[in-house]
Design a protein around this ligand. Structure first.
Ligand code: IYR
Length: 246
């Protein structure tokens, strides 16, 4: 407890009292908790990113449920600063692909330094984005940089990149859980996407995600995931804080 200090701004007079409800929570046994943690890992560890999509259709309802799941993400000040534009129209997907490929061609041939191209070589990526026209759905995720009040005033949003990115993580999990595949694609620059999809200027595209079934002959790059001991630490490490020279 910090003694004798005034309450922080946002608490107390001048702000509406926060309203709380009881938490609905089903407490599982320790055994079930562990079993479910393991089962979920197994399910998520089976997720792979492929670049080859089938043209088989996927009902809109599946996309809507996955987006509802994404919309359960926590967000800065609960502003929910995300919009999901699901493109299924063939003509629109073709225009999207054309615009993306034009930018990506410049990126791959002019903007990417050699080190970056080398880093991507094992993934086999290039500027050709067939998945944007093969996949039945292409979800473009926008982050809302700021809100707009009824009178047109700007409303500040918080941690919009983090919030929308958490929602993207949930969307990836939801798509995988539904038995579909997706690919997180980040064309750069992305300014044209808001224009093409008729989104307002307070929104900025964050990621493009084709969603569908994998092509029957889909492949994935041969990759391994870092084991737990490379991504996890409990309490303070024993090595001190290694200095890594830049
Ligand atoms: N945005 C480009 C390039 C690209 C960059 C990274 I980092 C990747 O992991 C994969 C691709 C593209 O989408 O092709």
């Amino acid at each position: 407890m910090i003694p004798n200090l005034p309450p922080p701004a946002g608490v107390g007079p001048g702000h509406p009292a926060p309203e709380f409800d009881p938490l609905e929570f089903l407490r599982l046994s320790p055994q079930d908790t562990l079993a479910r943690a393991q089962a979920f890992y197994s399910e998520m560890n089976a997720r792979r990113t492929t670049r080859q999509f089938s043209r088989d259709p996927v009902p809109q309802a599946v996309i809507e449920w996955a987006v509802r799941t994404a919309g359960t993400a926590p967000s800065g000040a609960h502003r929910q600063p995300w919009r999901f534009v699901a493109v299924q129209d063939g003509g629109l997907k073709a225009r999207l692909r054309e615009a993306v490929e034009a930018e990506e061609y410049k990126t791959y041939t002019q903007r990417m330094p050699a080190e970056w191209r080398a880093a991507l070589a094992p993934l086999g990526t290039d500027h050709i984005k067939e998945h944007l026209t093969d996949a039945p759905w292409v979800i473009v995720v926008f982050r809302e940089k700021y809100g707009v009040g009824a009178d047109g005033t700007r409303i500040k949003n918080y941690y919009t990149v983090e919030s929308a990115s958490i929602a993207v993580g949930l969307l990836i999990a939801a798509v995988h859980h539904a038995g579909l595949v997706t690919l997180t694609h980040t064309p750069n620059p992305m300014g044209f996407l808001a224009e093409l999809l008729g989104r307002p200027s307070n929104e900025e595209a964050l990621v493009v995600m084709p969603v569908g079934y994998p092509a029957p002959d889909a492949t994935v790059p041969r990759l391994t995931r870092k084991p737990l001991n490379e991504i996890f630490q409990v309490d303070r490490g024993s090595a001190g804080r290694p200095r890594i020279e830049p």
